[in-house]
Design a binder for this molecule. Structure first.
Ligand SMILES: [Zn+2]
Length: 430
């Protein structure tokens, strides 16, 4: 491991109800003065080739203090620091040749607050302004309390802005996650697929496939949704059709899918938390690439792939691993499910590849050494192998006895509620 500890950061947005006119006026004043200081500082630093914010502050602070004597002085500090950070990231982009403009421009901003400028209370937040403290009620949600009551600490700085008459407060929670300083004795390769997550444990050789059948669930919902749409929109149309809206809401599609993903992530983390976890490094536009490669897919299939969001499941798993301080590494996933883990030959498929009707083992065979197994098992084994060979280097010994690779495979199914059972009627697709 190259890092001993890592700071885990999570931003949470808290939104206020519609604010009174006076409060909006007061906050808007701060917002715009902050924006002006931000852009003037940025302009000044850019012109004078300055990058240090302390240097910029030396000349600018007095100037702004005279120009805007009424606002709390800490806003000036924050805006100047904000400007220098923006300048730094602009210079970085410029060096990479990916900056869109010749000089840094400010299009959007939020107001940065240090601990003197905001106060969180049980009902909302107090914001320091030129007219004293302004108190704003906030809707605290489950996510906020989960972090607040958990092991994370609330950072002393926050940001806010006004959108459509409401205050949006961005607070940050952090936690210093200490990673194991010696190499864990167990390594887990976690291969995330549309219909299952397969975990290979090294060195025991145990392998478990957790079947999720996500494609079935997503397809089921797609069918039901289009059936509902057809039923309710034929007379009243789609736009502004309340009955259609209510019928779709009753499906609880989003929350059910989210719930399944959470359960899955929890289950996976429960299995791997005593070791080091190896995951695939997913390309940014992962799902688009899969879709592009399969041009033959029809609309529903594309929908299914997008919705299955392997990335979303992985993100949840990664988050839970962080929270629990489980070390993880990412490896390049290329050829992980098509290369023989024993001899390195290209594997040949023995049984079907598409899993539209739910999970079934898909066996692959090695023409070189005869090794035969499910392709997702192969994927998980190869993730561990990639780590031990490429990343771990000499620190980890090679797969024990590569010539008699030991895999002890079991398959388990995630149980879903009745609402996730797909209906069988197939709608007409256009
Ligand atoms: Zn082989």
């Amino acid at each position: 491991m190259n890092k001993q500890s890592k700071i885990l950061r999570r931003t949470v947005v808290l939104v206020s109800p519609l604010l009174t006119k006076t409060k909006i006026e007061t906050l808007s004043y701060i917002y715009h003065v902050y924006g002006r200081i931000l852009s003037e500082t940025l302009e000044y630093m850019w012109r004078n080739r300055l990058t240090s914010w302390t240097k910029a502050k030396k000349t600018l602070y007095k100037l702004f203090r005279e120009k805007y004597p009424d606002i709390p002085s800490h806003y000036i500090h924050e805006a100047i620091r904000d400007a220098s950070q923006r300048l730094k990231s602009f210079v970085k982009l410029k060096k990479k040749g990916v900056a869109y403009t010749d000089k840094p421009v400010i299009e959007k901003w939020s107001v940065g607050c240090d601990n003197q400028l905001w106060k969180l209370t049980l009902r909302g937040v107090g914001v320091a302004t030129h007219r004293g403290w302004v108190h704003i009620p906030l809707g605290f949600h489950k996510q906020f309390w989960r972090y607040y009551n958990g092991e994370l600490t609330l950072r002393s700085s926050a940001r806010w802005k006004i959108i459509d008459g409401r205050l949006y407060l961005y607070v940050v929670f952090e936690k210093n996650v200490v990673l194991a300083d010696k190499i864990p004795s167990k390594i887990y390769g976690v291969d995330i697929n549309e219909n299952n997550v397969t975990i290979y444990e090294y060195p025991s050789g145990r392998c478990i496939t957790i079947v999720t059948d996500f494609s079935k669930i997503v397809l089921g919902y797609a069918y039901r949704r289009s059936a509902i749409q057809e039923k309710w929109s034929s007379v009243l149309g789609v736009k502004g059709n309340r009955r259609l809206k209510v019928a779709l809401e009753k499906l609880r599609e989003r929350s059910v899918k989210k719930d399944i993903k959470y359960k899955l992530a929890k289950k996976v983390v429960g299995i791997v938390e005593d070791g080091l976890v190896v995951l695939e490094r997913l390309p940014k536009k992962f799902q688009d690439k899969v879709i592009e490669r399969n041009k033959k897919l029809n609309g529903l299939d594309v929908h299914r792939l997008k919705q299955s969001s392997i990335r979303g499941v992985q993100a949840l798993i990664v988050e839970k691993l962080f929270e629990n301080g489980v070390p993880l590494v990412f490896v390049n996933p290329s050829h992980t499910s098509s290369t023989c883990p024993v001899c390195g030959s290209k594997l040949a498929p023995m049984t079907g590849s598409a899993q539209r009707a739910g999970w079934k083992p898909r066996y692959v065979k090695c023409p070189g050494c005869g090794f035969t197994h499910d392709r997702d098992v192969v994927g998980a084994v190869n993730l561990v192998k990639k780590y031990t060979l490429d990343v771990g280097g000499h620190a980890v010994c090679l797969l024990k006895g590569v010539h008699d690779l030991h895999v002890e495979w079991s398959v388990t199914t995630m149980k879903h509620g009745v609402e996730t059972q797909p209906i069988l009627a197939k709608p007409t697709t256009t």
